[in-house]
Ligand binder design. Structure first.
Ligand code: MSP
Length: 646
């Protein structure tokens, strides 16, 4: 019997910065596919996670004055971090892997050793070019105008002792896999892989580094850490329990489907299968390479400062509207350009007009004409057939598209039914029938058909907008049996005497002009936040403030307080001074020990959380886009404690 399991993964994201709408796009799409499969009754395992090792993270942590683990912990599990974002976006992942998880680390060491024992990983010397932002090594011939072929950035010469994976050994098998099977989709990506990477010749791949330490140690050769792609790619199986005892799902769920962005198709369709071949493991059922969400014609990136914040959009329009927009608008396999205009017009046209209106009008008419509960009598009419035909054929057409991950086409099929139903209202003109007592049966039939259109659409849109669709199904009084995949195979699963409730608009229409102005103001560069200069003070008044250079002797978080840090300072007097400061949001206490700061000492003592504060630390502060930014004033460490500021 064929297994009814379905395993699907997103890439694991680098927690080097906060994630943006481009990352959310990939995860929302994968979530919709997972939910679609669950709707069909599959036993789904949906995995996402974070790829936490590598030089970039090591460097960033250093710059932030924290350990790499502290750095990634904050981005993954901190406020508005990766976990918070997926919660906000209503992502239904069953598992979340972090490559720093102990079970993964141990499993990678075993996997690395196995490939080494087999002779597929060997020690050699690495000479090449390294692109730091992409964490990729390139040969001279792969560079474009001497720059990284992925990001166009500068590359550095690199030479060191390293382990290599015999990628060349698997070149023929990988080529066959790409050319003769539908392992990689869309098909256009296959040509890209063959022409750009396989035809020029696959060279063995560097899989260990000695130039940084933030990685999984090669346990049989201290000093080497596993280079990030071996560590990253095998997450898809370690998260199932491969080579570890944490889980026991490998046999049940592997192989699965890997959804990835186009720039990492190379790693997933060449290196990943080659390594699995070496390990004699089954290959993924499919690797699907989706396109990028562009902004102003380019890729969004934090370093370019052109990212769109999913929190802001979800907050203004609701999570479902945002999920819908991402999946309805951009063909999953190609690039698409994000714009606020497009977002607002999609919400107005599809959600407020087509879907929202149909549900509101249908339920309002049933309340008005029948007190909310449909009577049992029926009378068919000539207008019915066209609507019923579209509705009855919908599931099959929708599934054909969703099975190919053509989410936007699947949604478009549903919208054909919604448009047809809105047209049906115009054709049948229920408001005219409602004035004629003899037409009650006909009116009831029309209402029933409209409810059916709402029901089938809502069930099939559930993977895209889970909360809204549940609301719709509640509102039209659909029982559990009328919400299943089976129930939308044919017309007529609504109970004859359905009871509905009218309610507020599901998606209020947005005034596009006003909203665009509001968004622009909200996202305007923060220059206007500079506060006006305060009224003059006399020099004598200023001189009364005793501001001194202090050294941080100790710094600890105050128990039960989210904000407060308790500083013990050397103010030059010989007696340690205690000052409390509400800056925990901006600094981890241990990073401040030893720093040279400035405090105003002659403020009256204050008690906070039962502790006394004798003065105040000085910081540079301002508000940017509604968010407080703060930098504690720090001086060169050569300035001794006790010096006065004047
Ligand atoms: N850590 C690697 C993946 C390892 S998977 C074994 C990585 N991380 S990433 O954070 O840089 O990117 C993760 C995914 O986000 C990629 O698939 C990438 O394509 C996707 N996106 C990042 N920006 C994007 C857009 N602007 N649009 C669409 N997807 C985008 O690569």
């Amino acid at each position: 019997m064929e297994k009814n399991t379905f395993y699907i993964t997103t890439p694991i994201y680098y927690p080097s910065d906060k994630l943006h709408i481009g990352h959310a796009y990939c995860t929302v799409a994968t979530d919709a596919i997972a939910r679609y499969k669950r709707l069909q009754g599959c036993d789904v395992l949906f995995l996402t996670g974070t790829d936490e090792h590598g030089q970039k993270i090591e460097d960033k942590a250093k710059a932030a004055g924290v350990t790499p683990k502290e750095f990634v912990d904050r981005i993954v599990a901190g406020e508005k971090g990766v976990l918070d974002l997926w919660k906000l976006m209503n992502i239904s992942n069953d598992r979340f892997i972090r490559t720093t998880d102990d079970y993964h680390v141990k499993a990678i060491q075993r996997i690395f050793r196995k490939m080494h024992d087999k002779g597929d990983i060997y020690k050699g010397k690495y000479v090449g070019k390294y692109c730091k932002p992409c964490e990729s090594f390139w040969t001279e011939t792969q560079l474009v105008d001497g720059k990284c072929p992925d990001c166009g950035g500068e590359v550095q010469d690199a030479e060191e002792e390293a382990y290599f994976f015999r990628l060349s050994k698997y070149a023929d098998r990988v080529q066959h896999l790409l050319e003769d099977t539908d392992f990689l989709e869309p098909r256009s990506r296959v040509h890209e892989m063959i022409n750009n990477f396989i035809k020029p010749g696959l060279e063995d791949l560097c899989v260990s580094r000695t130039s940084f330490t933030w990685g999984i140690p090669v346990d049989f050769d201290p000093g080497h850490v596993v280079y990030v792609w071996v560590d990253a790619l095998f997450n898809y199986v370690t998260a199932l329990g491969y080579e570890n005892d944490k889980y026991d799902d490998y046999e049940k769920y592997w192989p699965g489907v890997n959804i990835v962005g186009k720039e990492i198709v190379r790693f997933h369709s060449i290196i990943w299968p080659a390594m699995l071949m070496s390990m004699e493991m089954p290959l993924p059922k499919k690797v699907y390479g989706h396109g990028w969400l562009l902004l102003d014609g380019g890729k969004m990136s934090k370093s370019k400062g052109n990212v769109v914040d999913p929190y802001q959009l979800a907050d203004r329009y609701g999570v479902d509207a945002l999920r819908f927009f991402l999946l309805r608008t951009f063909p999953f396999g190609s690039d698409g350009t994000f714009s606020n205009e497009l977002l607002i017009s999609t919400i107005n046209t599809d959600l407020a007009n087509d879907l929202g209106n149909l549900v509101s009008r249908t339920t309002a008419m049933i309340v008005k004409y029948f007190g909310g509960t449909l009577p049992a009598e029926r009378e068919a009419g000539t207008e019915d057939a066209a609507l019923i035909e579209v509705g009855s054929a919908l599931r099959k057409k929708y599934a054909e598209q969703m099975d190919k991950f053509q989410l936007q086409n699947g949604i478009a099929e549903v919208f054909r039914l919604l448009s047809r139903a809105n047209k049906y209202i115009d054709e049948t003109a229920p408001w005219v029938l409602s004035r004629d007592e003899t037409k009650r049966a006909r009116l009831a039939s029309i209402m029933y058909n409209l409810l059916e259109a709402c029901r089938i659409s809502a069930v099939l849109l559930t993977p895209i907008m889970p909360e809204t669709c549940e609301k719709i199904l509640d509102r039209i009084g659909a029982p559990a049996a009328a919400r299943t995949w089976e129930s939308v195979a044919a017309w007529g699963a609504m109970p004859a005497c359905a009871a509905v409730s009218a309610g507020e608009a599901l998606f209020p229409r947005i005034d596009a002009k006003k909203e665009l102005e509001a968004l622009e103001a909200l996202n305007a560069p923060s220059a206007p936040a500079v506060e006006p200069v305060l009224p003059d003070v006399s020099i004598d008044e200023f001189a009364k403030c005793d501001m001194r250079v202090c050294k941080v002797l100790k710094c600890e978080a105050v128990k039960k307080s989210e904000k407060l840090l308790c500083f013990t300072l050397d103010d030059g007097s010989g007696t340690p001074r205690q000052i409390l400061s509400g800056i925990h949001k901006f600094y981890e206490p241990e990073t401040l020990v030893g720093k040279t700061v400035v405090a105003i000492l002659n403020l009256p003592a204050r008690k906070m959380m039962g502790k006394e504060s004798n003065g105040m630390l000085l910081s540079a502060v301002r508000e940017e886009n509604g968010e407080e930014k703060l930098h504690l004033l720090m001086l060169d460490d050569s300035v001794p404690a006790g010096y006065r500021l004047c």
